[in-house]
Write a protein that binds this ligand. Structure first.
Ligand code: IMP
Ligand code: MG
Length: 182
């Protein structure tokens, strides 16, 4: 059972859904009269993208980028590799990056550099979670769902060794399951 690994629920399904709606409203207002290309970072951003997109009231298209940051199950190394590139050019488009969580910021910092040379009309970041205390590089984050403490979080897109992305709430796993294999 999934419940066996839950230490405590940090953000409930209802809290997530309410906040996602608020973000969608804000985004719809800010992008009035424009089209948005929602650029989802796989795989963590998937749930967030799906829920957020349903409530955005300007025309949106979607594309996906796969990124693998070399590291352990719970620590990113900042060395990033693109495992699946975008299908369409982003030149001249209003690109909104959809991310599950920003931790050190190294992954997004790499991605921002990589995308900005492809000449989008604008490039902004929307993250569900922000683990601000862990930031190592400064990056401009435009939309944040929740600022979260420095704990390893799982659920709603976030994985622990590729599992539990499907859980509809965000939780902390029991320390008996948590191995920081550095
Ligand atoms: P960063 O490069 O340190 O900002 O790491 C960002 C990536 O690390 C995210 O896209 C996640 O895939 C992963 N990550 C960071 N913190 C967590 C967490 O608490 N749970 C699950 N994945 C995380
Ligand atoms: Mg991950």
């Amino acid at each position: 059972m999934v419940m066996d690994i839950v230490e405590r629920i940090l953000i409930s399904e209802e809290e997530i859904q309410n906040r996602v709606r608020e973000l969608a409203e804000q985004i719809s207002e800010d992008y009035q009269g424009k089209e948005i290309l929602l650029l989802c970072i796989l795989k963590g951003g998937l749930m967030f993208l799906a829920d957020l997109a349903k409530h955005i009231e300007v025309p949106v298209s979607m594309d996906f980028i796969g990124i693998s940051s070399y590291g352990t199950a719970t620590q990113s190394s900042g060395v990033v590799r693109i495992t699946k590139d975008l299908e369409e050019s982003i030149e001249g488009k209003h690109v909104l990056i959809i991310e599950d969580i920003i931790d050190s910021g190294l992954t997004l910092s790499y991605l921002l550099n990589n995308l900005s040379i492809r000449k989008p009309a604008s490039l902004k970041i929307c993250t569900l979670l922000d683990k601000q205390v862990n930031r190592e590089v400064n990056i401009p984050v435009d939309y944040v769902g929740f600022t979260v403490p420095n704990e390893f979080l799982v659920g709603y897109g976030l994985d622990y060794s590729e599992l539990y992305r499907n859980i509809p709430y965000i939780f902390v796993i029991k320390s008996s399951y948590y191995t920081n294999d550095d």
